[in-house]
Design a protein around this ligand. Sequence first.
Ligand SMILES: Cc1cc2nc3c(=O)[nH]c(=O)nc-3n(C[C@H](O)[C@H](O)[C@H](O)COP(=O)(O)OP(=O)(O)OC[C@H]3O[C@@H](n4cnc5c(N)ncnc54)[C@H](O)[C@@H]3O)c2cc1C
Length: 534
Amino acid sequence: MDEKYDVMVVGGGAAGLSGALALSRARRSVLVVDDGAPRNARAGHVHNYLGREGVTSAELLAGGRAEVAGYGGQFRDGRVARAERVEDGFRVVLEDGGSVLARRLLVTTGLVDELPDIPGVAELFGSDVLHCPYCRGWEVRDQPVGILGGPFGAHQALMWRQWSADVTLFQHTGPALTDEELEQLAARGIPVVTGAVEGLELDRGRLAGVRLAGGAVVPRTALVVVPRFTARAGVLTSLGLETVPQEMNGNAVGSYVAADPAGATAVPGVWAAGNVADLRAQVISAAAAGLNTAAALNADLISEDVRLAVAARRLTAAHQFDEESWEERYRAQPAVWSGRPNAQLVAEASDLTPGSALDVGCGEGGDALWLAARGWEVTAVDFATAALERGAEQADALGADVAERIRWLHADVTGWAPDARFDLVSAQFMHLPGETRRALFARLAAAVAPGGTLLVVGHHPSDLETSAHRLHVPDMFFTAEEVADSLDGDQWDVLVTEARPRSAGDQARPRSAGDHEGAGITVRDAVLRARRRG
Ligand SMILES: Cc1cc2nc3c(=O)[nH]c(=O)nc-3n(C[C@H](O)[C@H](O)[C@H](O)COP(=O)(O)OP(=O)(O)OC[C@H]3O[C@@H](n4cnc5c(N)ncnc54)[C@H](O)[C@@H]3O)c2cc1C
């Protein structure tokens, strides 16, 4: 079986860890898969990260991992090869052959700096070969800095002049400089060296100079290059997304995967943050993007959770009155109810003289058995045969005295009318849609013999404001007063209309503790007791 998470974060750099932290704190199950190659690994230190200035990148990431793990986020070392959509999310396949399921993907795989193909440049990138003055400008301040010319040569040289007065622009293969650029460079004291750069001169592993075609070496301890910034987009392209070329002043500088300001890509459920979606992001801004994207992603999951809950609730509501579902519910467990009579039946019927009784929606017969044991001749009606059979077995077990006094009747009370009149008609917790319920109660009232008792009990609507997990369909709840109002005042004496408090534990139903009755709280029963005048 694949493991399944709410969110899989692909790439555990600044953006991924920050997103994972927010998502773990949002109580999402999160897996971060990372192959351990953050873009700035070779730089050693991270600058311009407020509060952590100069921290090593390894320390920052280790701290981030520990923070994520502290909130339950999980990690896996490895490289994600591709991802595919499955019914309720994504399957992510790792290069080691493993796969993981996740409802959402947060892709934070960063970018690759594609460097000019000049011997020595790749080796020194991150130490003496630089690309970003905000990352390393301070560290090479006042040193002899070279700028490798290209489309942005003059621009770069003028910028780095802010950090050192000793800046040289190597024209290399860059376009011819305009008169305006030459004037600006001259004004800022930046010499321009023509000719292609062939290689770097190293001294004990550090940059010593820039070697030109022809062999001349210009002493420099730092060289600035402009890499091509290519999004590490393999996981995203495997999902059908495409990279977008990034241009600057008409020159291609790299590629990224488009995401909206909240981090959503064009593939629903797939989010992206950090350098993969924004080539300019620094560590702190990649982390911020990870956080913002995580919040939007979590909001998306919350919407889905609500949609699913509504669908489940509608399904439950749709099956609430469905014979087959009740049948299934009874057959699935040895007993659904406790077997005890309902508290309000005991409270209201104990003082009645036994006669004939109708118990509608009798379930497994707790009330019918109690009535029969007290001498009532009971007709017990339900549409679940499994429940009726269980009731009959119980009756047999109690002895012929009880068993012979109960007639178990299979009928759907929503379309059924009693064929006789009874001294007691009891309807306990018949929660039906308003119209159907009112029609049933009218039929039940009509079935009460002169001098007989109508006892209607239900969950009071105020229960909906408690933590007792009632199905929140207000139309299915009623007060005793509403039932009383439906009775003809000339024919009935209403003896009890109450919202009677009851501790959730002390009722016949349901059987299991801590279920939808709610544990340790007070609920109210709507109790109507009325007597038909003789
Ligand atoms: C030399 C250098 C120095 C820098 N110095 C600074 C600085 O001082 N301050 C600053 O703010 N910024 C600096 N930066 C920029 C900084 O590196 C980025 O801003 C930052 O790394 C972006 O974070 P990210 O999370 O988007 O990507 P990354 O940090 O690159 O993290 C991406 C992660 O995803 C993983 N990954 C990629 N593909 C997969 C895959 N398929 N499966 C699993 N894992 C995958 C990678 O291994 C990596 O760990 C520097 C950059 C460079 C090149």
